[in-house]
Write a protein that binds this ligand. Structure first.
Ligand SMILES: [Zn+2]
Length: 165
């Protein structure tokens, strides 16, 4: 079963990190919690928030609304909190979602992106994807590799290891 999330405005950076490892995460930018709750229930999404008051809502306390209270401030540690709480996988579907739009990326041939990416990237990268909404071109370059490495470092810092392969 695939877990999906909705991130409250107070954990916006966390949304990008979850998208990076492939977890569908909507970012809720408005103040209106009611709309966020509606979306979470209708799309079966787990709410991520730093708002302790939110945790006292009846829908949360009775378990109807799945919510994780995020305690850390650093987005990287927040990812770790979510991953540990739900026993998720850091290698779920990396590079499959647009970090900005949460849209599934579409594979593009090298030839299609020649004029859309920097020449030094085009020279060495062979695999590209494009976001159908914002048309950003992604490639698995050093930046993403560095982010994935950081996640792996976090993963290694745990006391228990879940090895289910
Ligand atoms: Zn996009």
């Amino acid at each position: 079963m695939e877990v999906k999330f909705i991130a409250a405005n107070n954990v916006g950076k966390l949304a990008r990190w979850l998208r990076l490892i492939g977890y569908d995460t909507r970012l809720f930018r408005q103040k209106n919690d009611g709309q966020m709750i509606k979306t979470a229930l209708s799309e079966d999404r787990v709410i991520l928030t730093k708002d302790t008051q939110f945790m006292k809502r009846r829908l949360v306390t009775n378990g109807k609304l799945k919510t994780i209270l995020i305690k850390q401030d650093d987005p990287k540690l927040q990812v770790q909190e979510v991953v540990k709480t739900l026993n998720l996988n850091y290698h779920f579907k990396p590079f499959s979602l647009c970090l900005e739009c949460n849209q599934a990326l579409i594979a593009r041939d090298k030839g299609e992106v020649q004029n859309l990416v920097p020449a030094h990237v085009f020279e060495i990268q062979t695999q590209y994807t494009e976001c159908p909404t914002c048309h950003r071109i992604y490639w698995q370059g050093t930046h993403w590799q560095a982010m994935v490495k950081k996640l792996q470092d976090l993963q290694g810092g745990g006391s228990e290891k879940h090895t289910s392969s």
